[in-house]
Ligand binder design. Sequence first.
Ligand SMILES: C[S@@+](CC[C@H](N)C(=O)[O-])C[C@H]1O[C@@H](n2cnc3c(N)ncnc32)[C@H](O)[C@@H]1O
Ligand SMILES: [Zn+2]
Length: 348
Amino acid sequence: MLVQEGKAKIYVKNGVFYNPRMQFCRDADIAVFSCMGGHEYLDALAATGIRGLRACIEADFTAFFNDANPKAVALIEKNLKLNNLECKVFRRDAASLMRERSFEHIDIDPFGSPAEFIDAACSSTKRYLSVTATDTAALCGSATVSGLRKYSSYAEKTEFYPEVGIRMLAGKIAGEATKYDKAMEVLVSWAKEHYYRIHVTFRRSPKRAGGIYDKLGYLYYCRKCMRREWRAMDGCSVERCRCGERYTMMGPLWLGELKSRNFLEKVIGKSEGKVKNMFTRIAGEIDVPFYYDIHAFAKKMSISSPSINRIIEELRAMGYSASRTAFSGTGFKTDADSSEIVSILRTL
Ligand SMILES: C[S@@+](CC[C@H](N)C(=O)[O-])C[C@H]1O[C@@H](n2cnc3c(N)ncnc32)[C@H](O)[C@@H]1O
Ligand SMILES: [Zn+2]
């Protein structure tokens, strides 16, 4: 069957993975790629090759393709011809290929968890790394033991779980990269129901790589009053919340920015429609970790949920930073303490 996606045409075939529902993600990727400048890119788990083909045609990349499945390799060759492209196609285990040589930019788009590829990808990449994860239960705290096994990070389910998930994934990449003297910066990332997507860049410097541990650490979360505190890996820990309750400690998690403002402005300029809407929502979010959920407060206080815009206005009027969040329609971000939010809600 012939499919058109973006400016690429591809044959899809039984036995080779193609998910049309991920087109939104690939459309968003193309806007991101267009702002990186054309370069050498490895579609490490390519299947039909759709992502790499679109990267060549729509973002002027020089792509290398890889898939361990011989059927996928044959289909990628056919799809390259169909689009009049000549590119190198490997039929290798992605981790072995990445161990052997380096690439400017690597894209990891696996079935389920990217965990087994992250170390090799961090060692191989010269500049950029893009990662998809569909094992959202392991990342966001609903499958705690899977999170430990795959990401060496502890999390429990909270009302802001999508952000915990993306911060666990980012934290894993950041930590693995420091072995190779690479300091990670997130360019842009997003969470959808069934997957997380993150695009990062690296700078090579042992000193900067050491500095990553200022942005990697633990979240202390109080289930009773919803207070959150976070601490980098500085040897100190906090046992109890100011309300007296014991904190739940989660991590390691990435505590730094989940986007680069300059980069995101460029991406917004290159995108349109729903993709542009998503990037605009991300850009509107303040850089404070761990959003609050209005329903969680309403439930605890036995009140009906007030409008989020109203709370944001009140918080700003009191001198706090506050914004909506791209993670959830019922969430908001602020640097105010949970007790301040409770006092505001009492007056509304
Ligand atoms: C989710 S699909 C990739 C989808 C594709 N990137 C897209 O956008 O449509 C994952 C692919 O990884 C391949 N794969 C799984 N394990 C691999 C490994 N260790 N090395 C190389 N390829 C592998 C599978 O054959 C499959 O084609
Ligand atoms: Zn508390």
